[in-house]
Write a protein that binds this ligand. Structure first.
Ligand SMILES: Nc1nc2c(ncn2[C@@H]2O[C@H](COP(=O)(O)OP(=O)(O)O)[C@@H](O)[C@H]2O)c(=O)[nH]1
Ligand SMILES: [Mg+2]
Length: 406
């Protein structure tokens, strides 16, 4: 039996809503928003947290779902739009900051490109879902890193539209799950600060009902501009200057420091084994040193990328969008021309039809007139004949009488 079935109603209710209700005034709302019946929700969290599965379940989409530890969301993915509470919702799937195909810099760049572009195009997020596996024994490195990056890109102001979704309840006992919820909600190093700033925590038990309830919760929000959107679009910062960019750069810098120290230690060891002529140890250390140098190079490359890839990609994306917009305009103009031509043709054929009908009516009338005339003429002729013949007959009669009399 699935453990989700044993996740009883009362305990689900007790865990169902943790965090403050959002009757607080918006900390930072922007003037423009999606049309009121359009809902846009971003879904974030570590790789394998169940984001794509959730999106597929609630929207009927067919996004790729992971089978092992490898991630499959390459960049941002968009669900099919679906109707909920009479409104049309679209969910945005994002890669986690532990992706097997993308570096963290690439993940942040992709999320930044999406968030800034959608905001520039007049779209705002009604909510952000952060997925956390309740089956994780503790909020380990990956979950914590993902949540840290998430906190930086949402900012305090974005948290009131955040739902922390706990899932994979079928992999823990009810007691374990509820104890973990309490721990996550009550400890400063976990979700407590976010919950105090307006985020809420809801469980997802893999049923469509719980998925819809989570989406409905996000539909009730007033759309909010996330910190990363404000920094990139309104304050025109570079990605490296944003809170999320700085946090990631700090992490990369710490990694560089660590690798550089290890490299120095390796070098010292290598010097001593070279002195002691231990060739095998020297070879092993030289190889370890090469690996470490490659690590330092990779991390430095990531830091450089963090400094310039967003601007480069953003430029390319803006050009692409401009071309698409032009294409769309041309298509719209062509459609408008075609519609005008069709309307003109329709008017003309209607005119022609009316004209033809009038002509036909006129012809029919003429035919009737001719018939009438013919009938009249026939009647006249008959009349004339009727008058002439008796007259002729009479004349003949008189003439006859006259002859006979002679
Ligand atoms: N046991 C269990 N597995 C789940 C649940 N949700 C998703 N999964 C599985 O977790 C794996 C990763 O899911 P996926 O949706 O690809 O996660 P993503 O990387 O966050 O998009 C897949 O094998 C899913 O079938 C759940 O609630 N319980
Ligand atoms: Mg996925």
């Amino acid at each position: 039996m699935s453990t989700s079935a044993t996740y009883s109603r009362s305990s689900r209710e007790s865990a169902s809503l943790i965090g403050q209700r959002r009757d607080m005034p918006p900390a930072y709302t922007e003037v423009h928003s999606n049309s009121t019946d359009q809902i846009l929700i971003a879904v974030m969290g570590a790789t394998g947290a169940g984001k794509s599965s959730f999106i597929n379940l609630v929207s009927g989409s067919d996004l790729e779902v992971g089978t092992g530890l490898r991630s499959c969301t390459r960049g941002v993915d968009i669900s099919s739009p679906f109707t909920i509470g009479g409104r049309t919702a679209t969910l945005i799937d994002t890669p986690g900051f532990d992706d097997t195909n993308l570096s963290d810099t690439e993940v942040l760049t992709i999320i930044s490109l999406f968030l800034s572009t959608i905001y520039e195009q007049g779209g705002v997020l009604n909510g952000v879902l952060f997925f956390h596996r309740i089956s994780d024994v503790r909020m380990g490195g990956i979950s914590r890193r993902n949540f840290n990056m998430f906190r930086h890109l949402c900012g305090d102001e974005g948290l009131r539209n955040v739902v922390i979704v706990t899932n994979m309840w079928d992999e823990v006992s009810e007691e374990q799950g509820l104890a973990r919820v309490q721990q996550l909600a009550n400890e400063d190093m976990f979700f407590k600060p976010a919950l105090q700033l307006g985020a809420i925590m809801l469980p997802h038990d893999r049923t469509i009902g719980s998925a819809q309830e989570i989406v409905r919760q996000a539909c009730r929000n007033t759309p909010v501009v996330l910190r990363l959107q404000r920094e990139l679009v309104i304050e025109n910062k570079s990605l490296a200057e944003t809170a999320a960019g700085m946090a990631l750069d700090e992490e990369l810098a710490a990694q560089t420091r660590k690798y550089t120290e290890e490299l120095q230690e390796l070098q010292a060891e290598l010097d001593s084994v070279i002195e002691s002529h231990d060739e095998q140890a020297a070879n092993e250390l030289a190889k370890a040193k090469l690996d470490m140098e490659a690590n330092v190079k990779r991390i430095n490359g990531e830091r450089q990328k963090l400094g310039n890839s967003y601007a480069k990609e953003k430029g390319a994306m803006t050009n692409e969008l401009e071309l698409l917009r032009q294409d769309l305009q041309q298509e719209r103009a062509a459609t408008a021309r075609t519609s005008a031509n069709i309307a003109r043709l329709r008017r003309r054929s209607e005119q022609q039809f009316r004209y033809d009908q009038e002509q036909m009516a006129r012809l029919a009338q003429s035919a009737t007139d001719i018939e009438i005339q013919q009938r009249q003429r026939a009647r006249q002729r008959d009349g004339i004949l009727n008058m002439v013949i008796p007259a002729v007959l009479r004349l003949f009669h008189y003439a006859q009488l006259h002859v006979l009399r002679r």
